[in-house]
Design a protein around this ligand. Structure first.
Ligand code: 6CS
Length: 312
């Protein structure tokens, strides 16, 4: 059959590279074909999720940053300083985590989705119009976040004025000064030209960008065991590929930003400068538990245990 797979980035960005590898593996090992729909071809993140739930799409990549309303527990990925920034640790974690592969798998299934994989897209950096050295510098800054209630809480706790927006509004919003900051992984700051409309990049180490790929569950359940295996194997080999692919990516893309815009400042906050962001983290974690109750608390604890177990 011919299957459809939509994602939130372009074909040459991380989600697109993953999708391309997945498609190649499925097509090499079955009679099925996959048509890829990059960002913008079928709408925003929220639109492609609806299409996947309705079965119009067989596969979708939607980051937990947009899944908070559907699956409140998925907001756990926005507790600041919960995830490490070390890429090797992260690579082991997403692959082996019980919280992801069992607990989240069940929560996505309740929404009609078969969770195939979660993978990292790199440490997020803040880009702003004014320099950021501490939380105080975020005062009065309208800071765009993905449409995720806990991410809103994070940036409130950091001292900013969080502004949840779909991706399509971000470049123009910065250009017209409706917002004055946003966060994303380094590669994305270059590929989307976000560096053109902000002047300062700040690494606070508070998070790594997580994304998730799933299949429509009715579709997936109707497949033969052989086809399910083709999909599982494709998801696993694309995972290994995307982890390798991202080695050195943040560094090379940052270099391109500096070449394109030499006046851009790049600051890695010191431990001392991170103090207020780290203090905010405890508050955000408490908020997460308040929002999600026992179920969220259990998944948070499992996730912490999984992170510890994959430290290496
Ligand atoms: O910030 C966003 O909305 C987007 N960021 C990334 C890295 N991927 C897709 C998402 O829509």
């Amino acid at each position: 059959a011919d299957w459809k797979y939509a994602f939130e980035e372009s074909l040459t960005e991380v989600q697109g590279v993953y999708a391309t590898k997945f498609k190649e593996a499925v097509e090499a090992n079955s009679d099925h074909t996959i048509q890829l729909f990059p960002y913008g071809t079928l709408g925003e993140s929220a639109d492609i999720m609806e299409q996947a739930q309705a079965g119009i799409l067989q596969f979708v990549d939607q980051s937990p940053g947009f899944t908070g309303a559907l699956i409140p527990e998925a907001q756990v990925f926005f507790v600041p300083y919960l995830l490490p920034t070390d890429q090797e640790h992260l690579a082991r974690f997403y692959k082996e985590s019980k919280a992801i592969n069992e607990d989240f798998s069940e929560l996505y299934a309740e929404q009609g989705l078969e969770l195939l994989v979660m993978f990292p897209e790199g440490e997020v950096a803040m880009t702003t119009k004014e320099p950021v050295k501490s939380c105080a510098d975020l005062n009065e800054v309208k800071f765009r976040v993905m449409t995720n209630p806990l991410l809103v809480e994070s940036y409130k706790a950091f001292g900013a004025t969080p502004t949840p927006l779909p991706w399509g509004e971000v470049y123009g919003g910065l250009q017209t000064n409706i917002i004055q900051g946003q966060e994303n992984p380094t590669f994305f700051l270059y590929s989307t030209g976000i560096y053109e409309v902000t002047d300062h990049i700040t690494y606070t180490g508070h998070n790594n960008f997580t994304t998730a790929v799933m299949a429509n569950k009715d579709f997936y359940d109707s497949l033969s065991d052989a086809d399910k295996k083709v999909i599982e194997d494709a998801a696993a080999s694309a995972y290994d590929y995307i982890v390798e692919y991202q080695k050195g990516l943040a560094e090379s893309e940052l270099k391109k930003i500096k070449e394109a815009k030499p006046e851009m400042t790049v600051t890695v906050l010191s431990e001392e400068e991170r103090a207020c962001f780290k203090e905010a983290a405890a508050e955000v974690e408490a908020k997460f538990i308040e929002m999600t109750g026992e179920s969220g608390k259990a998944i948070l604890e499992q996730l912490k245990a999984d992170l510890e177990a994959t430290k290496g």
